[in-house]
Design a protein around this ligand. Structure first.
Ligand code: SIN
Length: 477
């Protein structure tokens, strides 16, 4: 077992107030890897105190001084890439190569935010009177809470911490129960590189208690959450009393459209990259494949070959490309989606079941043909390596099928027709569009969704809006 890490609260490494811990389990074999502190309301209150006391000092630092430790944290993560990636694979299950990639991706949010810290500018607006000036100030929101998911245990933390700290906010991070080790390891590095006391606090444990304590305290001005749409709705209700600002990055149900004029090799590589990233446990991964009727048979035949070549197993095993799902409930959900689709007439072309004799909780890459809109896999997030397919005849039909979902996070399409490319991108109701690009995520882009996929954007200069208040001064000369 790994040693028990401690919370990071107000610059101190602390156990839970009552000494309780909870186990962290390796999804590949069900073994407990470590125990971490079981925090709750008491820890949340201590973290709020720390973050609130640190706020004025951090806010008032010159931007380049806030940027320095953020950049140092990014560099420390890159230096420590191997150890952090190994820890991530142990607690989350993703193949080691993907975990290494995530550490670099996570560091890129800090690096980008450190650069952007210097460019958080106000404005001077011409007034209606010669005797007046309108001066717009951009100031940090204050103490923020970040509730982060298990599917990207490092990157979803830094995507929030980077811009928040760059703007001068202080933050409390509550990582997912399944993946607290990566978060606490980042917290440890943050202490080592000199992020000042109270500016970044990390507490693990009871999510409802921690969230309730934060929502009850009006000093917490903003909550940012990545996770399910159902939990997002609960947070909206909780934010009502103190009217805390929210950024919500919620579920998705990404369509992936392959038009008849697409570069087929590129589209195949794209589907594979999007669908099987993190074993399909990605909010933006392809959930529905829509292929033009004229090419569906050759396309799916080649896709089936690619899928059969994937190597399923524990994330630390060399060559594995599809790791285990996060827990038993996740596997059961995937199984139920496949069973439901088959019962309603889908045909399993590849996979269709749990993997036998490999790591626990692995599900075989699964290709489901002849899918229809009433199937659960066609309308609910499966969050596993299952790809349902259907055909379309016209561009209008493809767009209508793609938009026929309450979600609006990401959508992909492949075409070589430049006019169609712009037309379709404009008509798709999603916050992230991959046009001939299956991996659109990057630190400088405004990531987020429409409809029931959430509110707000994180990443790039748009994230600065999420962590700043706009104030204007009308100045009579
Ligand atoms: C997510 O699953 O929401 C994050 C995916 C990404 O940042 O690419």
């Amino acid at each position: 077992m790994l040693p028990t890490p401690l919370h990071l609260i107000d610059g101190r490494r602390t156990p839970a107030a009552d000494g309780r811990t909870f186990p962290v389990v390796n999804p590949a074999d069900g073994q407990t890897i470590s125990e971490v502190p079981l925090g709750g309301a008491a820890e949340a209150r201590a973290a709020i105190e720390g973050a609130a006391s640190a706020f004025p000092g951090w806010r008032d630092l010159p931007a380049h001084e806030r940027a320095r430790p953020l950049r140092a944290l990014a560099e420390a993560m890159v230096r420590d890439q191997q150890r952090l990636a190994h820890l991530m694979t142990l607690e989350q299950g993703k193949p080691l190569a993907e975990a290494r990639g995530e550490i670099l991706y996570a560091a890129s949010f800090l690096e980008w935010s450190a650069e952007e810290a210097r460019r958080i500018c106000g404005q001077v607006i011409p007034a209606s009177s010669v005797e007046k000036r309108i001066v717009v100030l951009r100031q940090p929101v204050g103490v923020c809470l970040a509730i982060t998911p298990w599917n990207f245990p490092a990157a979803m933390i830094t995507r929030k911490v980077g811009p928040a700290l760059a703007c001068g906010c202080t933050m409390i991070v509550k990582p997912a129960e399944q993946t607290p080790l990566s978060a606490l390891a980042i917290g440890e590095l943050a202490m080592q590189v000199g992020i000042p006391q109270g500016v970044l606090n990390i507490i693990t444990g009871d999510a409802p208690q921690i969230a309730a304590a934060c929502f009850a305290d009006p000093r917490v001005r903003k909550v940012t959450f990545t996770g399910s749409t159902d939990v997002g709705r609960v947070l909206v209700r909780q934010a009502a009393d103190n009217l805390q600002r929210l950024t919500l990055e919620l579920g998705g149900h990404a369509p992936f459209i392959v038009f008849e004029d697409a570069d087929i090799d590129a589209a195949l590589a794209g589907v594979m990259a999007s669908k099987f990233r993190n074993s399909g446990q990605t909010c933006i991964c392809a959930n529905r494949l829509l292929v033009h009727r004229s090419i569906i048979e050759p396309f799916t035949a080649r896709l089936a070959e690619h899928m059969r070549a994937l190597k399923v197993g524990a994330g630390l095993e060399p060559g594995v490309t599809v790791g285990p799902l996060i827990d038993d409930a996740a596997v059961e959900k995937v199984e139920s989606h496949v069973a439901d689709a088959v019962e309603r007439g889908a045909v399993v072309r590849v996979g269709g079941s749990r993997a036998m004799g490999t790591a626990m909780r692995c599900f075989l890459p699964t290709l489901l043909e002849r899918c229809t809109p009433e199937m659960r896999c066609w309308c609910e997030e499966t969050f596993g390596p299952v790809l349902p397919v259907a055909s379309f005849e016209t561009e209008d039909q493809a767009v209508a099928m793609a938009n026929d979902t309450p979600y609006g996070l990401a959508a992909y399409f492949y075409t070589r027709d430049a006019s169609r490319l712009m037309r379709v991108a404009e008509r798709l109701e999603f916050g992230v569009i991959g046009a001939n690009d299956a991996l659109p995520s990057t630190a400088q882009a405004p990531f987020g969704g429409m409809k029931q996929s959430g509110w707000g954007r994180e990443g790039g200069a748009f994230a600065i809006d999420a962590y700043t208040e706009i104030k204007y001064m009308s100045w009579r000369l």
